[in-house]
Structure formats: structure tokens, C-alpha cells
Design a protein around this ligand. Structure first.
Ligand SMILES: Nc1ncnc2c1ncn2[C@@H]1O[C@H](COP(=O)(O)OP(=O)(O)OP(=O)(O)O)[C@@H](O)[C@H]1O
Ligand SMILES: [Mg+2]
Length: 345
């Protein structure tokens, strides 16, 4: 698994991120409709002196959900408190963070699909009544006191919107689904990051990095840093198209954002399984990967790029995959026929 291409956050991203993370909507590239609508809703809430309605942000890792949450707080001229569903184990964990939220502030809950039922129940009242129902005592003596909260906005983020319970989802007045970025948008992001990190890049070379970034800003920024490392050690202070091309070769990442193992998978399907359909388990055994990593890591991107199809009978390599590997299906078939004939003779 090529770690550079992983869209999940790493520790290194964490330490570099604060510098690269856009702070205002105007610095946030792409997601045009979301940006425009969010800007309008924030302005409207401010004009009415109300808190912004609760916002649900969904989409694959690394597309900017956490970034947008902190932008919302900034644009509201307020503050953000960040937590994640797995960190909210007990009601007191939620109470603890709620009491620190200022008026018009943002409570950001990451991985919303992992909320515990008891916490989710408490959040319903927080979202609807701006109050926390706190239970004192146990058994028959137990009673609830309602603690009023300042006007605030809950921003939830999830990579799996389908796994967020429906009652929870329905309580968000604003629901945005982030999309993968176009190469042009990634170029903008890369140019901004290069500027902030003082990396000199030939203007027409951003495109080459963008193409390999899997539509994901986090991957784009990481690629930029790795290319800089390689270039710097090789004595290049400016990232030209040629320098970038060589660095990407060294990293074994191609212009479709594919790593070597992606191509090994396609090649196996074409050469050993006649292009498919073939079960994922057979592919896993053939290339010596776990079924999980094929299903969760390799396959989604290959499908997104149109190199692989998932059918009820198994995986099929598409015409684009044959083209990519320079293999003609017909040619393969005729080779196969020749072999068959030879064994027959
Ligand atoms: N639209 C954008 N413009 C500029 N930079 C962006 C944009 N979106 C994301 N980024 C950059 O990509 C990085 C990853 O974004 P972020 O952490 O917000 O993703 P995420 O959707 O929260 O991912 P995860 O699901 O893993 O939590 C950020 O540090 C930021 O620098
Ligand atoms: Mg995040």
C-alpha cells in the first residue's frame, strides 16, 4: 500500500496541516455550490443574530470536512470545539465540551456515524432545544434537570452518511456532501500550498501533480511535500515538469494516481482470469494481498477511475484497463487459443 496515496490523515499531515488549512471560505478551493450556499446561510444567520442551523458534512477522507467546520466558526466570528464520536463515551464527556462553547460557537463532532445511542439521545435535545438533559441519581430516585445552552451550531462530519441514524440526519438543517476535486481545483490548492511552504514550482507543472492526487487535497499536499524531498536531495530547488515526472516515477505513482499494486491487480485479472469476472478472494490469493485491503483500499479507486467493474459474478477489468496496460483483449484471446491448440496437438 503506497502511503502517500492514502486519503486518511497521518501524523505528519497533522503537524503540517495547520499551516495549509484554509481559514476562510475565500481560501477554500472547489466545492462551488457548497461554498456559495454556506456563505449565504452564514450571512443570513449573522444578519438575524441567530446561530447557524446544524450542518452535516459527508464525503470521503481528505476532502475538507474538518477544514470546512473550522471555516464555519471563523466566518461566524466565533470559536470551534472539536471532538469525535468515539471520544464521547459518557454523558459527562459531552457535558464537559458543551459547557465550553461560547454563544454562536461551533461544536464539531467527527466520525458522527460512530455515536453511542445514549450520547445521540442527548444530542437530540441539544440540537432541538439548545439544552442538555442531565440525569441525577439512579433508579426510582433518578430525575432529569435541563441545563440551558448558549445558541450554538453542531457540525457533524462523516465518511459514511448512510451509517448515521435517520433521526440524527434529519436534525441537520444543512446537509452537504463533498465531491472529489477536479484537476484544476487541485492545481489551485497546490499553488497555494507551494506558496505557503515556499516551494518554487514551474507554473505549468502543477497539473502533473494534480493528476496523480486522486481528486483529494490531502493527497495533493502530501505528494507536493514528497516531491520536494526527492527534488531537494537531488539538488533541484525548482520543481519543473521534468523534476516532478522523475520524482513521481521514483514514488511509483502514475499519471492516473495509480500505484504499482493497482496495476498488478488489473494485470492479474486480465492475464490469469481472462479479464474476469473473478471473485475478490481469488484476486487476493493471486497477488498476495488481504481481501480487506483490496476491497477497502485498492478497488474503490480502480472502480472510480473506470478500470474495474464490480458485478454480482465478480470483478471485471474494463476496456480502459486493457488500454492502460497496453493489452488487447483479442490478442490475449488468440494467444489463449494458440496455447489451447498446442496442448491439443
Ligand atoms: N477546498 C480545499 N482547499 C484547500 N485545501 C484543502 C481543501 N480541502 C482540504 N484541503 C486540505 O486538505 C487537508 C485535508 O482536509 P480535511 O482534514 O479537512 O479533510 P477531512 O474531510 O476532514 O478528512 P477526514 O475524513 O480524514 O477527517 C487539509 O489540511 C487542507 O489543508
Ligand atoms: Mg477530518
Amino acid at each position: 500500500m503506497n502511503e502517500i496515496l492514502q486519503s486518511e490523515e497521518t501524523l505528519e499531515d497533522d503537524s503540517i496541516n495547520p499551516a495549509l488549512r484554509p481559514q476562510y471560505l475565500s481560501e477554500f478551493a472547489g466545492q462551488g455550490a457548497i461554498k456559495q450556499n454556506l456563505g449565504t446561510f452564514i450571512l443570513a444567520a449573522k444578519q438575524r443574530n441567530e446561530s447557524l442551523d446544524h450542518v452535516l458534512l459527508s464525503g470521503p477522507p481528505g476532502l475538507g470536512k474538518t477544514t470546512l467546520a473550522s471555516i464555519i466558526a471563523k466566518e461566524l466570528d466565533s470559536e470551534i470545539r472539536i471532538t469525535s464520536a468515539p471520544a464521547l463515551e459518557k454523558p459527562k464527556d459531552l457535558a464537559g465540551i458543551l459547557t465550553t462553547i461560547p454563544e454562536f460557537g461551533v461544536l464539531f463532532i467527527d466520525e458522527l456515524h460512530r455515536l453511542r445511542p445514549a450520547i445521540e439521545e442527548l444530542l437530540y435535545t441539544v440540537m432541538e432545544e439548545r439544552a442538555l438533559d442531565w440525569i441525577i441519581g439512579q433508579g426510582p430516585a433518578a430525575r432529569t434537570i435541563r441545563i440551558p445552552l448558549p445558541k450554538c451550531t453542531l457540525v457533524g462530519a462523516t465518511t459514511r452518511p448512510g451509517a448515521v441514524s435517520e433521526p440524527m440526519r434529519n436534525r441537520f438543517g444543512i446537509n452537504f456532501r463533498l465531491q472529489y476535486y477536479t484537476d484544476a481545483e487541485l492545481e489551485q490548492i497546490l499553488a497555494r500550498s507551494a506558496d505557503l511552504l515556499s516551494i518554487e514550482v514551474e507554473p505549468n507543472a502543477y497539473k502533473r501533480i494534480a493528476e496523480s492526487s486522486r481528486g483529494t487535497p490531502r493527497v495533493a499536499n502530501r505528494l507536493l511535500r514528497r516531491i520536494r524531498d526527492i527534488a531537494q536531495v537531488a539538488g533541484h530547488h525548482r520543481l519543473t515538469l521534468d523534476v516532478i515526472e522523475r520524482a513521481l516515477n521514483a514514488l511509483e505513482i502514475d499519471k492516473n494516481g495509480l500505484e504499482l499494486q493497482d496495476k498488478v491487480i488489473l494485470k492479474k485479472i486480465i492475464q490469469h482470469f481472462n479479464g474476469g469476472p473473478v471473485g475478490v478472494q481469488s484476486i487476493a490469493i493471486a497477488i498476495g494481498e488481504s481481501q480487506d485491503s483490496i476491497e477497502q483500499y485498492y478497488e474503490p479507486y480502480l472502480i472510480r477511475k473506470g478500470f474495474l467493474q464490480r458485478t454480482s459474478k465478480g470483478r471485471i477489468a474494463t476496456a480502459a484497463a486493457y488500454e492502460l496496460l497496453g493489452e488487447e483483449k483479442e490478442m490475449l484471446h488468440s494467444e489463449q487459443r494458440n496455447e489451447d491448440q498446442q496442448t491439443f496437438l
